[in-house]
Ligand binder design. Structure first.
Ligand SMILES: *Cc1c(COP(=O)(O)O)cnc(C)c1O
Length: 227
């Protein structure tokens, strides 16, 4: 299977997951995670219709982005060091990994200098894993209230990763917990359009549980996967 077929397969699986949850598949954005892909591979996925791509390292992204069409919306999904904030803000439309106030302050200040607004998702460490970044679920509401005071930063939603497991069903409780938190924040009047969760191994479950942005890398780009 080539990349265009894999893209169509991913879209089909998203549509099936959405159908099982009585959701409109069009409200779900597929972000193709191209961190291990070269620009030719990105162009193949682009040719198959994708316009959202995710990268987790600034330096590699900076090399690829200028080679790609300008109508791609780039998502920064990696851990963001404060000293990389300027470059990330310059190249990316949405940052999925806001996890601390100091970074929020820096982004807002840099965005002001650039005459724009930094658009971010708050990363939540939904399973409390030591290996992952993100706020504890109980901290998120207060954090969002705090960063609201920053004039050039907009929180547009939440991002999470479930613990890795070969059995996607095991990820379901974490996605459910994220959806509950997301709904709670929205019921408190927060304008949060995006819930970013689900990767190659578990995105169908994430879609069933309410994700409206999924981040899929290896299913689309990894040649090692058995077709
Ligand atoms: C790599 C990565 C993905 C995609 O993972 P796959 O298993 O290759 O689909 C999604 N989100 C984040 C934050 C990642 O780092």
């Amino acid at each position: 299977m080539g990349i265009p077929d894999r893209v169509h397969k991913a879209l089909e699986l998203i549509a099936q997951g959405a159908a099982r949850a009585n959701r409109n598949p069009e409200e779900i954005t597929l972000v193709a995670v191209s961190k291990n892909a070269g620009w030719q591979d990105i162009m193949e996925a682009y040719g198959a219709g994708l316009r959202h791509f995710g990268e987790n390292r600034l330096q590699e992204a900076q090399e690829k982005i200028p080679l790609c069409p300008p109508d791609i919306c780039w998502h920064f999904i990696g851990r963001l060091q404060t000293n990389k904030a300027k470059g990330v803000l310059e190249h990316f439309s949405l940052i999925h990994s806001l996890d601390r106030f100091k970074l929020a302050e820096r982004l807002s200040r840099l965005a002001e200098e650039e005459g724009k607004t930094a658009k971010v998702l708050v990363q939540v460490n939904i399973a409390g894993e030591a290996s992952k970044q993100g706020l504890e679920p109980g901290e998120v509401e207060g954090f969002i209230r705090e960063v609201k005071g920053l004039p050039f930063l907009t929180v547009s939603g939440l991002m999470a990763m479930a613990p890795y497991t070969p059995r996607p069903e095991e990820a379901r409780p974490y996605f459910k917990a994220m959806k509950t938190l997301f709904d709670h924040l929205r019921s408190r009047g927060e304008d949060l359009p995006y819930l970013s969760m689900g990767m190659s191994s578990d995105f169908q479950v994430a879609v069933e549980e309410g994700a409206n942005m999924v981040r899929i890398g290896s299913l689309i780009f990894s040649a090692e996967l058995i077709d």
